[in-house]
Design a protein around this ligand. Structure first.
Ligand code: ADP
Length: 324
C-alpha cells in the first residue's frame, strides 16, 4: 500500500542444533499492508515469527522493523510490535477487562488514559457487553478478539499474528479477517500473519510462500496465481501412471502425478478437458478443472501439496514423473 518498509528481512538463517529451520529468508513488508506467510508445518514460520518478535536472536542475516535492527535495538522494536501468539495468552480466570488492565500496566499505562484506551478497544471489537465476563466463558472467536485488543493496547504500528485462525470455525475466521482489515484501515497498522490455511492467505494484500526455511515466492494472490500456466486440470484414474504416459504421448503435455492424481496446467483448459474425455473415455474416472488456487501455486513451485508436506522428507504429495 505504501513504499515505506515495515519489515526488511535479509538472508536470515537459523539452526536448532543440526536442523536448519531458516535457510536464508528474505522478505520485505510495506507499511499498512496485510501480509500472510503461507507454508506447511515445519517450513520455518514460527521460527521467523519468534525472531521478528525478538524472542529469538537471529543467527545470521538481518531483520529491521521500521528501520530498527532486531538484534541491536530490541527495545525499540518491541515498542512497535503487537503480538498475538498461537497459544492463548489470556488468563481465563480473569475478566476481559482485568486481562487488558494487566497488559496496560505492563506497558506502563495507568489510570484514566488506560481506561479510555481499554474501553475504546472493547467498543471497537464488539466486546463492551462482555468486559465483566470471565475470559473462560467466552467462545474461541471472542477470545481471539480479546487477544487482538490486548495486542493493540499500546498502539503498535505492526501487528504480528502466529496462526491466528487455527482452531476457529469458518464464521469466527471470517470475523477475524474483517477485524484485521479494520485495524489496518482505522489504525494504519501493518499486519503480518503466519498461516497454513489457504483462505487466510487469499484475504491478504500479499502472500509470502515459505517452504523448507525459504520464502520461495512473494506477491499478491493474483500475481502468484498468474505464475501457474493457465487452468489446472486434475484427473482421477484407476491406473494414473498409464494415463500419464498416454496423455504425454497424445497431447505432448507436461502431465505430472500429485497425490495419486494426474495434474496438468494448461491454457484453454475447458477444451483440453473435452479432448481428454473423448480420447480416453475408459481410463478417466473423474476430472476437475479450475482456475489456479494458492494451493496450485504451491504445487507448481514445490512439487508437493501444502497439506501433505511433512517435515523430515516425508513428502507423500510429491510430484512424480516430470517437473511441475
Ligand atoms: P512452522 O512454524 O512452519 O511449523 P517451525 O519454525 O516451527 O516451522 O520449525 C521449522 C523447523 O525447525 C522444523 O523442522 C522444526 O522441527 C524445527 N524446530 C522448531 N523448533 C525447534 C526446536 N526448539 N528445537 C529443534 N528443532 C526445532
Amino acid at each position: 500500500m505504501s513504499d515505506a518498509a515495515a519489515i526488511e528481512v535479509e538472508n536470515l538463517r537459523h539452526r536448532y542444533g543440526k536442523r536448519e529451520a531458516l535457510a536464508g529468508v528474505s522478505l520485505r513488508v510495506a507499511e499498512r499492508d496485510i501480509v500472510s506467510l503461507l507454508g506447511p508445518n515445519g517450513s520455518g514460520k514460527t521460527t521467523l515469527f519468534k525472531i521478528l518478535s525478538t524472542l529469538l536472536p537471529p543467527v545470521a542475516g538481518s531483520v529491521r522493523i521500521f528501520g530498527h535492527d532486531v538484534a541491536r535495538q530490541p527495545h525499540a522494536v518491541r515498542r512497535c510490535l503487537g503480538i498475538v501468539f498461537q497459544h492463548p495468552s489470556l488468563d481465563p480466570k480473569l475478566t476481559v477487562r482485568e486481562n487488558l488492565l494487566h497488559q496496560g500496566h505492563l506497558y506502563g499505562l495507568h489510570g484514566r488514559p488506560l481506561r479510555l484506551r481499554l474501553e475504546g478497544l472493547l467498543a471497537e471489537f464488539g466486546l463492551a457487553e462482555r468486559g465483566a465476563d470471565l475470559v473462560a466463558t467466552l467462545s474461541g472467536g471472542l477470545q481471539r478478539r480479546v487477544e487482538l485488543a490486548k495486542a493493540l493496547l499500546h498502539e503498535p504500528r505492526l501487528l504480528l499474528l502466529d496462526e491466528p485462525s487455527t482452531g476457529l470455525d469458518p464464521g469466527a475466521r471470517h470475523d477475524l479477517t474483517r477485524m484485521l482489515q479494520r485495524v489496518r484501515h482505522e489504525r494504519g497498522a501493518t499486519i503480518l500473519l503466519t498461516t497454513h490455511i489457504l483462505d487466510d492467505a487469499e484475504q491478504s494484500d500479499r502472500v509470502g510462500i515459505i517452504d523448507q526455511g525459504r520464502v520461495i515466492a512473494e506477491g499478491t494472490p493474483a500475481e502468484l496465481k498468474a505464475r501457474v500456466g493457465g487452468d489446472v486440470i486434475s484427473l482421477l484414474a484407476a491406473r494414473p501412471d498409464a494415463l500419464l504416459e498416454k496423455l504425454r504421448a497424445r497431447f505432448a503435455c507436461e502431465a505430472v502425478l500429485v497425490d495419486g492424481m494426474v495434474r496438468i496446467e494448461r491454457a484453454q483448459g475447458h477444451e483440453f478437458v473435452r479432448d481428454v474425455v473423448e480420447a480416453f473415455p475408459e481410463e478417466v474416472q473423474s476430472i476437475t478443472f479450475g482456475k489456479p488456487t494458492l494451493e496450485d501455486v504451491f504445487v507448481h513451485l514445490t512439487g508437493h501439496r501444502l497439506w501433505l508436506a511433512q517435515e523430515g522428507g516425508d513428502r507423500q504429495g510429491r510430484v512424480q514423473g516430470g517437473s511441475p
